[in-house]
Design a protein around this ligand. Structure first.
Ligand SMILES: [Zn+2]
Ligand SMILES: [Zn+2]
Length: 303
């Protein structure tokens, strides 16, 4: 059973603590959301490309075969010790992500923005060792400045692999984390949180993993990083659609966006996060730092 901390204050006992992504829909829904957001947006061209990238991720995910999970004993050990079973810090990542990368590049290459062409061709001739090093850089959160332009593509391929891995797990056998900011599957940080408006999870808040697309239940009006529930403030851009807000915490100086599905049924934490960069600027200026990165924006100054 979920721990006390993670049991939502609701009479419905069957509310999932952890929601694994739907491999048939996750990247396709994201692509459609990017398409919609790209219309009449000052960053429209870039968002439209992100839509094509998400579609390529969808294709690569459909073509990827199941990856090898840790054995049952290791999974159980992770559960008992409340450790993410596929922690990117220790889990040896299967090399299939590099095939996904090749496929993604192939799919987006033809209509990639001018500025990205060179990055794509560089990636195509990067050795396997070179690619693994780039992946390590991205996941350690300490990227080399010269490699920044290549990292969003590396991230896109790793998202495909870790989404494939996540959906092979049994959500009811995953450990709720002591730290609410940590993904219970891969140990990464949330890209944003979302107040769901669909079915049994209505009005519940879920944090959305920046890497594997797993969502875990998180209490509302509580800082995910430090647990404070008193020094919080909500920020929004005056006059916008109210879909994205930032919840800042003065105790730890972090902020996490909240995406409201009630305002639009088709929101996606990754896409709506990228479309609301103006909100990041506002909150950054007020002195707060993002609680977790958007891996597709590493290198574009969004981290
Ligand atoms: Zn994750
Ligand atoms: Zn805090």
């Amino acid at each position: 059973m979920p721990s006390q901390l993670f049991t939502p204050p609701s009479s419905t006992a069957d509310v999932p603590t952890i929601r694994l992504p739907d491999p048939e829909r996750i990247f396709l829904d994201r692509a459609e959301r990017f398409d919609a957001l790209a219309k009449d947006h000052s960053l429209g061209e870039w968002l439209a490309f992100m839509g094509r990238l998400s579609r390529a991720q969808h294709q690569a995910l459909q073509e990827m075969t199941d990856a090898e999970l840790p054995d049952a004993e290791s999974l159980e050990r992770a559960r008992i010790h409340r450790m993410p079973p596929l922690s990117t810090a220790s889990f040896p990542r299967p090399s299939t992500w590099r095939d996904a990368l090749g496929r993604i590049i192939e799919l987006v290459n033809d209509d990639a923005p001018e500025g990205l062409r060179e990055t794509l061709s560089t990636l195509m001739v990067t050795s396997s060792e070179g690619l693994e090093k780039l992946a390590d850089q991205l996941l350690s959160g300490e990227p080399d400045k010269n490699d920044l332009p290549r990292l969003p593509l590396i991230a896109a391929a790793l998202q495909v692999l870790f989404t494939r891995l996540a959906v092979q797990l049994d959500a009811t056998r995953l450990p709720p984390m002591e730290a609410r900011s940590i993904c219970p599957v891969c140990g990464n940080l949330p890209v944003a949180s979302i107040i769901r408006a669909d079915g049994p999870v209505e009005n519940l808040r879920y944090a959305h993993c920046t890497l594997c697309n797993t969502e875990w239940n998180a209490p509302r009006a509580t800082c995910l990083l430090c647990g404070d529930d008193e020094k919080l403030a909500l920020h929004e851009i005056d006059g916008d659609d109210g879909i994205a807000r930032a919840e800042s915490c003065e105790s730890c100086n972090s902020y996490l966006k909240i995406i409201y599905q009630g305002k639009n049924a088709h929101v996606d934490p990754v896409a709506d996060d990228l479309a609301s960069i103006a909100l990041d600027m506002l909150v950054d200026e007020a002195g707060f730092e993002r609680a977790g990165p958007n891996l597709l924006l590493i290198g574009a100054g969004g981290e």
